[in-house]
Write a protein that binds this ligand. Structure first.
Ligand code: ADP
Length: 161
């Protein structure tokens, strides 16, 4: 049984993330979407909220689960008996950070491979930060996040300003 792990902060999940999640799930038996924190980014949504948004967006799809990621990704992967981490890659801006993380994880556990999947051209510009910037300024986020979570994302910024 092949288990892949798709880690990220998903603050909140976008259609770009979902595209990667579904394409990654098609390559393995079980895909674990691992929701973690990034020391460089303070999140807008709590980890529990980010997990709930992902679960709502994904629905009941066999072979995909959403779980919290606390601690090191390599420890999490070992615990889940997975040797494969899969990540989306947009433009050059993602590359440097992802390159560093993948090499670091390789030092921590040489058995774990990191695979990169190119963004869907329709979503190459899309990021959680862009969605938040729009939502905060009453912009239209239609088509950028799944319809099922759109109102919850907008609600978060209702009282901003
Ligand atoms: P971000 O806050 O930049 O959206 P995350 O930590 O939530 O970042 O992203 C998790 C993974 O998803 C990263 O590997 C990131 O490159 C990837 N990703 C984010 N947005 C997209 C997109 N639009 N297309 C492809 N991959 C993406």
């Amino acid at each position: 049984m092949k288990t892949f792990i798709c880690p990220g902060s998903f603050d909140p999940v976008t259609n770009g993330h979902l595209d990667i999640i579904y394409r990654a799930a098609a390559l393995c038996d079980k895909l674990i979407v691992a929701v973690g924190d990034n020391v460089n980014k303070e999140t807008t949504f709590s980890k529990q909220e980010r997990i709930e948004l992902l679960k709502t967006a994904i629905g009941d799809k066999p072979g995909i689960s959403v779980e919290p990621l606390d601690g090191l990704l390599t420890d999490f992967a070992r615990k889940k008996k997975s040797k494969t981490v899969i990540k989306g890659l947009r433009a050059l801006s993602d590359f440097e950070y992802e390159f560093q993380m993948a090499l670091l994880n390789k030092i921590l556990d040489s058995e774990i491979e990191t695979l990169f999947m190119m963004t869907n051209v329709n979503y190459s510009y899309l990021s959680s930060s862009a969605v938040k910037e729009l939502a905060r300024n009453a912009g239209n986020i239609e088509g950028l996040v799944p319809d099922s979570i759109k109102d919850k994302v907008l609600d978060k910024f209702k009282n901003y300003k």
